[in-house]
Every structure is written in structure tokens, then in C-alpha cells.
Design a binder for this molecule. Structure first.
Ligand code: FAD
Ligand code: EPU
Length: 338
């Protein structure tokens, strides 16, 4: 494996942020990863693990080693009448994997169509969309422990998945590199079409008895109409999480804002729509220099060309302060900020 010097990561993050890195390597195997980590350890260099770069805010300079996880391969571990187990290399592309599964009749991922990034990053924040989260089809993963180089298996409960969260963002943060993910998929479709916008889109398409392919198409239509394509306008998807609040807080806000949007959360809590609050606070479409709030979705911050991480984070702080002032709710940033 080649370790390259002085590279730019602008093309390797969907925000399109400039980021100069001292060392850069692409790991195709677990041994490549071990070699890269040994190199960093011996040189005393900090390490940043990168997948598709679609959920990161990168710094202008990273004075260490960036390792891009590029392990490939899809392996059918079990195949019965009702379900199958698929082990997928962490560097495989998530969007292509969803298409691969649909084409073979392995169902369950259709609501997660078109989410950019790698398979290995999907468990980090338990990716979710249109009523489905990764954890519902996640069996286990294999990860390389950064300190020792040994391979460890994590079962579904051991990953401690919750909304946009897992053990890898908490106590195991920066301790493991995920090398493969095993998914459990249905051979008989069990469609989830209850998410309001998805129901609406299927109706608009004139579909009353949808197939998994129809659901995938409807989700793709919605995503294309609401979210900017990073190839055209730099972004990292939702910039903030939807905050969870107790029902008293929700009722207090609802009495002041009749059209407040919220969804049921766990344990009688409610998940407020951060996009609605940012929109209502007047931020939708606001542009400040090279950064802005997307014109079609207030939860998405965008790079109009040559933005820096500092400009994005400065805009994010202004939005957080404004939402806090208006709704007394603290917004938490979703992507990983380095
Ligand atoms: P990266 O951005 O490269 O990395 C993200 C984090 O994971 C970093 O901290 C990195 O160190 C870590 N990481 C990456 N790979 C590994 C690995 N193999 N082992 C250990 N750590 C690793 N997310 C959703 O949940 N739902 C959505 O609907 C959604 N829509 C999006 C739409 C757009 C237009 C964009 C740009 C993003 C969207 N996202 C969404 C966010 C993003 O797609 C997901 O978080 C995705 O899983 C990130 O994958 P990645 O490979 O790009 O990760
Ligand atoms: N809304 C507004 N104004 C806006 C945007 C949204 O009022 O500018 C309101 C609308 O009422 C809309 C509601 O917010 O119906 C919800 O919007 P949307 O369906 O787009 O969902 P979201 O809560 O904003 C979440 C995820 C997305 C995921 C979609 C679909 C988070 C932080 N974001 O967005 O995930 O694709 O649901 O399930 O949970 C991501 O994580 O990067 C991401 C894009």
C-alpha cells in the first residue's frame, strides 16, 4: 500500500471543503489498515478514518494520516426461503449495495436508497430515512481495533444503535475501523410505507400496491426533490439532528406555534423537526458569503464554491443561537466535525 504525501481532500468530501493532509493512504485489506496504523503510530501522526466523506466537516489542514477505507466484496453467508445474510466490505458504496440487493430480491433496504457513503460508515450513525434505520437489517460487523490490530465482532445489541447514534460515536469513538458489515435481508418484501411524505409520493405516482422497487423509486424521487446533489452543491445532508423533547416541552411550543412539526420518539418523547424550526426562524435560503442554508430544505447547509469549515461552523452557530432564542431548543450538529 502506498502512503502518499501532501494531498488535497477536496474531492473526497461531499461538502467540497479544502483540506490538505500530510499523509494519505487507501486500505484495500485489513493488513493495509494495520500497516497504515503502524506507520502513524511510529511517526506519532494523528489518524483520520474516511469513507465517502459525506458526513464530515474537514479542517483546512490535517497534520497526520488520512486512511480511506476501501475494502471490497459482497458475500452471501446464508440463504434460506425467508431471509439471507450478506457480508459486505466496508469500502463498498451504499447506494450501489441497495441497488444490488433489490436486483437480487434481497429486501429491506429500499427506504435507504440513495444515501451517499460507504457501507462501513453506515453503522457509525445508524443511517436512517423514510421510516427505516440500518439497525433493523443489521446483523453484526467486524472491526479492527486501532490499538491492537485485532479483529473484533460487534453484534446488533453491542453496537447500541439509536437515532443517528451508535457506540462508535460514544465510548468506542475513534477506537475501531469497521472492515465489514453483515446485513439480514428479507426474501419476502415487508414494505414500510407509513412515513407521510413517502405515502404521498406513492399516491402521486399512482401506485396503490407498491413493490420494493416502487418504494425505492418513490424515496429516490423525494430525495432528489429535497436534497441538493453534492456533485452540484457541496453539502453533508442534514446538518443538525432532530431534537428529542419531553411532551410538556412539545405542548408548550405547540400552543405558541400551531403548525409545529414533530414525530413520535422513544419513551413518550417527541422528535421536533429541526428543519421546520430553522425554516420558521427565517433561515431557509439565507446566504452568507460562500455558505448558506439550502433553498429547498432548511436542515441542509451548503457550500456555494470555496467555503471553509470555519464559515460553515460559524453559520451553524448562528442558526443554533437563533433556534435556541426562538424555541428554547438546542440543536446538535449531525456530521462529525474534525
Ligand atoms: P464519512 O463521511 O467518510 O465518515 C463519517 C464518520 O464515520 C467519520 O467520523 C469517519 O471517521 C467514520 N467512518 C467512516 N468509515 C468508517 C469505517 N469503515 N470505520 C470506522 N469509522 C468510519 N444520513 C442518514 O442517516 N440518512 C440520510 O437520509 C442521509 N442523507 C444524506 C444526503 C446527502 C446529500 C448527504 C451528503 C449525506 C446524507 N447522510 C444521510 C449522511 C451520510 O450519507 C451518512 O452518514 C453516511 O453513512 C456517511 O458515509 P461516508 O462513507 O461518507 O462516511
Ligand atoms: N420542513 C420545513 N422546512 C424545511 C424542511 C423541512 O418546514 O425547510 C418540515 C416539513 O414539515 C417536512 C418536515 O420538516 O415535512 C420533515 O422534513 P423531511 O421529511 O425532509 O425530514 P427531516 O426530518 O428534515 C430526516 C433526516 C434525513 C432523512 C429524512 C427522511 C435527520 C436529521 N434527517 O430529515 O436524513 O433523509 O428525515 O427520512 O434525521 C441526514 O441524516 O443527513 C438526512 C438527510
Amino acid at each position: 500500500m502506498e502512503i502518499l504525501r501532501d494531498r488535497s481532500l477536496r474531492a473526497y468530501n461531499t461538502f467540497g471543503l479544502p483540506c490538505s493532509v500530510r499523509y494519505y493512504a487507501e486500505a484495500l485489506t485489513a493488513d493495509d489498515l494495520r500497516e497504515a496504523l503502524r506507520f502513524a503510530e511510529e511517526g506519532g501522526h494523528p489518524v483520520l478514518v474516511l469513507g465517502g466523506g459525506s458526513n464530515v466537516v474537514l479542517p483546512a489542514d490535517f497534520p497526520g494520516l488520512v486512511v480511506r477505507v476501501a475494502l471490497q466484496g459482497v458475500e452471501l453467508l446464508e440463504d434460506t426461503r425467508d431471509r439471507c445474510l450478506l457480508r459486505v466490505g466496508a469500502g463498498e458504496d451504499w447506494v450501489e449495495l441497495v441497488e444490488y440487493c433489490l436486483a437480487r430480491g434481497y429486501f429491506g433496504l429500499e427506504n435507504l436508497s440513495l444515501i451517499p457513503g460507504t457501507v462501513g460508515a453506515a453503522p457509525i450513525q445508524n443511517i436512517g430515512a423514510y421510516g427505516v434505520e440500518l439497525r433493523e437489517h443489521f446483523e453484526s460487523l467486524e472491526a479492527l481495533e486501532r490499538k491492537t490490530g485485532r479483529i473484533v465482532r460487534f453484534s446488533n445489541p453491542e453496537c447500541r444503535f439509536s437515532y443517528r447514534d451508535s457506540i462508535f460515536k460514544q465510548e468506542c469513538r475513534d477506537q475501531y475501523v469497521i472492515i465489514s458489515v453483515t446485513l439480514k435481508l428479507d426474501k419476502r418484501p415487508a414494505l414500510v410505507t407509513t412515513y407521510g411524505a413517502l405515502e404521498g409520493e406513492l399516491a402521486r405516482m399512482g401506485i396503490t400496491d407498491p413493490s420494493p422497487e416502487d418504494v425505492s423509486r418513490a424515496v429516490s424521487n423525494l430525495r432528489r426533490s429535497r436534497l441538493p446533489d453534492p456533485a452540484v452543491l457541496g453539502n453533508a445532508g442534514s446538518f443538525f439532528k432532530n431534537p428529542l423533547v419531553p411532551s410538556e416541552v412539545f405542548s408548550g411550543l405547540k400552543s405558541r406555534y400551531e403548525d409545529l412539526v414533530a414525530f413520535p420518539g422513544p419513551e413518550n418523547l417527541l422528535r421536533l423537526s429541526a428543519g421546520w424550526m430553522i425554516d420558521r426562524a427565517g433561515w431557509k435560503g439565507v446566504r452568507k458569503g460562500a455558505v448558506g442554508v439550502h433553498t429547498e430544505h432548511a436542515l441542509v447547509l451548503v457550500n456555494y464554491g470555496d467555503a471553509s469549515a470555519d464559515e460553515i461552523l460559524d453559520l451553524a452557530r448562528q442558526i443554533q443561537a437563533s433556534v435556541k432564542h426562538t424555541f428554547e431548543v438546542q440543536l446538535e450538529i449531525e456530521p462529525r466535525v474534525y
